[in-house]
Ligand binder design. Structure first.
Ligand code: CO
Length: 134
């Protein structure tokens, strides 16, 4: 059912410093920071030949990654995103198999302008999983 790895998201405290690590130390192509107020993050996209890395810095008081950074003071991998062809069919299959979808259970528009859903980490080996319809 799942297809390509769309991106790996890394939560960071200091987006400028994190961008410098990927751009200057690792020699990757990075985007300008992009504020996503509805998602509570500022994001920098790192373009790799086969996938993307998203560097996420909290934006606003209620950022969903603020708690993650309280538990992971140095930052860390926050979620992985897999592509699916049909997000509703994917959701229905996962729910039928007992997996928990976060939030309302309805897809919302993610940082790339495509429908996304998040799946409960406890059902996926301790890893928050995002599904994106492509
Ligand atoms: Co994501």
């Amino acid at each position: 059912m799942i297809g390509r790895l769309n991106h790996v998201a890394i939560a960071v405290r200091d987006l400028g410093a994190a961008t410098a690590v990927y751009r200057d130390t690792l020699g990757a192509k990075v985007s300008l920071p992009q504020q996503e107020p509805t998602h509570g993050v500022t994001v920098v996209f790192v373009e790799l030949p086969n996938t993307k890395i998203e560097l996420l810095e909290p934006l606003g008081e209620t950022s969903p990654i603020a708690k993650f950074l309280e538990r992971n003071v140095d930052g860390g991998i926050h979620h992985v995103c897999y592509e699916v062809d049909d997000i509703i069919a994917a959701r229905d299959r996962l729910v039928a198999k007992g997996a928990r979808v976060l939030g309302s259970g309805e897809p919302r528009i993610g940082a790339h302008g495509k429908p996304v859903l998040f799946l409960h980490p406890k059902d996926f080996l301790g890893t928050l999983v995002e599904l994106e319809q492509v």
